[in-house]
Design a protein. Sequence first.
Length: 189
Amino acid sequence: MGDRSEFETTFASLYQEVRAIAHRSLRGGMAPWRSGGTLGTTALVHEAFLKLRNGPNLGWEDDSHFLALVSRAMRFVLVDYARARSSAKRGGGDIPVPLDEARAMSAGLAEEVLALDEALDRLAAQRPRLARVVECRFLVGLSLEETARALRVSAMTVKRDWAFAKAFLSRELARTAAASGPAGSGGTA
């Protein structure tokens, strides 16, 4: 599957599940932006829709795979927003704000999101599946079973990958925090 018409039909048929993913990524789980109220659920869903619809032709095999693609698009929407917020902090000018945004992302939170994204990119370069597990579990808040279905692996594999990925990201974020020195907030990941 993969043309725009099929994409729109699939997105519409899975809209409630997509909204649930967006809601979990913003409000649930351990996502670092959950407490910032950066984007509303509807805004995140629509931004992800546009990112996917206007991007290159997608191919997906089933609903679980489609939802995994949507979750990845949501990650990129949140990271793009954090980059814009971080740029504004450094005098980058005005940033566009979605109409239903609840509150602005704090500059410190934007930096945390960017550090996490960079660490996740380093993980993806070494172990792509582990990065996908993090996107599904940490950023979107999927359960072990939901992640296993989305990635087409066993729940036990997800559990092992999740443990390894958390350790990797913890090391990377600690290294980033140490490199930024005492000028940072001194918080922990």
